[in-house]
Write a protein of this length. Structure first.
Length: 357
């Protein structure tokens, strides 16, 4: 028996149900630890609400590109998809701490929330250090739970084992990519090629390519089919992160949940910034370079936005997004991929790259 046609709203609701059920089981398991564990669980629930759910959806469509999900396997496949959301939540909790970000999706970032609770309760010690410790531990816990969800999802073990091999690779890539990003920011220097490498390993592969691979492995994909999905997933992942970089500079705070020009304030050496530094007049490039990583007021943010636009870098990134998306969609013609999955994979490409700035 086959599953009903994919519906995004139903998928998101069912995925949230899987997440909530899993966290309820963890709360029961950790109940003997008392109120402190309960506070950690409450923050985990917050970290796992909302978001685009793109990684989970790419896992689903990776499976669907190889085989039609059976109705009897739907619950198990949803648990596997949820593992990617726990990985994402872990990465965001750690990323916000490393970037010293105050907010996430319009609310205090995890380290700031625990810092505030320490202050409100009048505890001893450094509230900033407490918040940092809590964020590190929660991120680690979410990463542990991601592994548990995939390993115990309930699908055929041989296929789960193949998916776990890819999940291991995914986690290694994203951690190493994150460290590369931290090192680039510390050096305060990155050319376009270096910025693209950071983008590929910190985000593109774990956001799109590896979730597709994991889903495909769960469906019993061959090495050739996994390779075909790379042709679609890797350029799309790069386009997805380039769009995110555009939003980090030009995005509406009401939509992104982040302050205006947040990437500039955080000093991120993105492809957009690297292209601007290459193309701008020397005085403009020097202004942008010395402004990165500083507290900027609204006027300064607007000045830097205009500088980036005038350099041509914003349009250059838009053209690169279009080029990578076209490359991704062309790969769907590979005969190893199910034609029935093509409309869904095209819709995913649209969702990943056409977000509103």
């Amino acid at each position: 028996m086959t599953a009903p046609a994919f519906d995004d709203a139903t998928f998101r609701a069912d995925l949230q149900g899987v997440i909530d059920t899993f966290l309820a089981a963890q709360a029961e398991r950790l109940a003997p630890l008392g109120d402190d564990a309960a506070a950690l669980l409450a923050e985990a629930r917050t970290a796992l609400r909302g978001g685009k759910r793109l990684r989970a959806a790419f896992c689903w469509w990776g499976y669907s590109a190889i085989a039609e999900p059976a109705a009897s396997d739907r619950a198990a496949l949803l648990r596997a998809c949820a593992a990617l959301e726990f990985l994402q939540a872990s990465a965001l909790v750690h990323d916000d701490l490393m970037d010293a970000s105050d907010t996430r999706r319009g609310r205090p970032a995890t380290h700031k929330a625990f810092e505030a609770s320490h202050q409100a309760d009048g505890w001893t010690g450094d509230p900033v250090q407490y918040g940092a410790a809590a964020a590190i531990l929660l991120g680690d816990l979410l990463l542990t739970w991601a592994d548990e969800l995939l390993r115990r999802c309930g699908l055929e073990w041989e296929r789960v084992r193949a998916a776990l091999d890819l999940f291991d690779l995914c986690r290694s890539e994203v951690v190493a990519g994150q460290f590369l990003d931290v090192s680039v920011q510390a050096r305060a220097k990155a050319d376009v090629a270096t910025a693209m490498t950071v983008l590929r390993y910190k985000s593109a592969k774990y956001s799109v390519e590896r979730p597709l691979h994991i889903g495909a492995a769960l469906a019993g994909a061959s090495a050739e089919q996994i390779s075909a999905l790379t042709g679609y997933g890797l350029p799309l992942g790069e386009a997805f992160q380039l769009r995110d970089d555009q939003l980090g500079v030009f995005g509406d705070p009401e939509v992104t949940g982040k302050p205006a020009g947040d990437d500039l304030v955080e000093g991120k050496r993105t492809v957009l910034v690297a292209m601007t530094l290459d193309a701008a007049a020397p005085a403009d490039a020097e202004l942008l370079d010395r402004s990165l990583g500083r507290d900027l007021d609204v006027t300064e943010v607007e000045q830097l936005r205009a500088l980036i636009r005038n350099s041509g870098a914003e349009q250059q990134v838009e053209e690169l997004i279009d080029e990578l998306t076209a490359q991704s969609l062309a790969a769907l013609a590979d005969p190893g991929l199910r034609r029935e999955a093509t409309p869904g994979l095209k819709a995913m490409a649209e969702a990943a790259t056409r977000r509103v700035v």
